[in-house]
Design a protein around this ligand. Structure first.
Ligand code: IMP
Length: 182
C-alpha cells in the first residue's frame, strides 16, 4: 500500500485483511504531480511496485465542495500544514456561502502489478460539510463531513460504519469484485 497516511493505512487494513490480504505500507516518496486522482494514484502505486517488485495499490482521494467549484479536491491534503489547519481553512472559505455546503468525497485506487497495465477503481460518497466538528473518530475531514442518510459525520462513525458509507469502502469493494487481485 503506497501511503504514509496512517488513517488511510488503518482503513485499508480493516477492509482488505478480512479478505485475506496482508497490507504492507510503503512510503512512495513522490511528488503528486498528476492532474487527476487517477494519475496520482497510479504514480504512487507504480513507484511502490517498482521499488518492491510486488503488486502495489495507490490511493488518491479528496473532498470536492460544490460551492467552491470542486475545491479542494486534489489539493485536499495541501490546504494547510496540519489537518486541524486544513479543516479550519476549508470552513473559513465556506463561511460566505449559504448552507447546505454540499460535498463529495472521491477515492481512486490504482493497482500496479509487475508486467501488467495499471488498473483502477473509484468510489464516491455524497454528503455535506458542517461548520461544527463532530466526533473524534477517523482522520482528515471526517469530523466535518456529514452523511444525511446515516445522521452522522464520518467522525462520529465507528470504523465499520464508516466503511459502509465511505468512498474508500466503495472503492475497495469494487476492487475486490473486479477479480484483479486474484
Ligand atoms: P491524498 O490522497 O494523500 O492526496 O490526501 C487526501 C486528503 O483528503 C487527506 O489528507 C484527507 O485530508 C482527505 N481525505 C481523503 N479521504 C478522507 C476520508 O476518508 N476522511 C477524511 N478526509 C479524507
Amino acid at each position: 500500500m503506497a501511503t504514509g497516511n496512517q488513517g488511510k493505512l488503518r482503513e485499508y487494513r480493516d477492509l482488505l485483511e478480512p479478505a485475506g490480504f496482508e497490507v504492507v505500507p510503503f512510503e512512495p516518496g513522490i511528488e503528486e504531480t498528476g492532474s487527476t486522482y487517477l494519475e496520482n494514484a497510479a504514480l504512487k502505486a507504480e513507484a511502490a511496485m517498482a521499488a518492491t517488485g510486488t503488486p502495489a495499490v495507490g490511493d488518491d482521494s479528496g473532498v470536492e465542495v460544490e460551492a467552491l467549484d470542486g475545491f479542494p479536491g486534489l489539493y485536499s491534503a495541501r490546504l494547510g500544514k496540519t489537518q486541524p489547519e486544513r479543516t479550519a481553512e476549508l470552513l473559513r472559505r465556506l463561511e460566505p456561502y449559504p448552507r447546505p455546503w454540499r460535498a463529495r468525497f472521491t477515492c481512486t485506487i490504482a493497482l500496479a502489478r509487475p508486467g501488467e497495465t495499471t488498473r483502477s477503481v473509484t468510489g464516491e460518497r455524497r454528503g455535506e460539510i458542517v461548520p461544527e466538528w463532530r466526533g473524534g473518530v477517523g482522520f482528515g475531514y471526517d469530523p466535518v463531513f456529514y452523511v444525511a442518510e446515516a445522521g452522522k459525520t464520518f467522525g462520529e462513525m465507528d470504523p465499520e460504519e464508516k466503511h459502509r458509507w465511505s468512498h474508500r469502502g466503495a472503492a475497495v469493494r469494487a476492487l475486490l469484485a473486479s477479480g484483479w487481485l486474484s
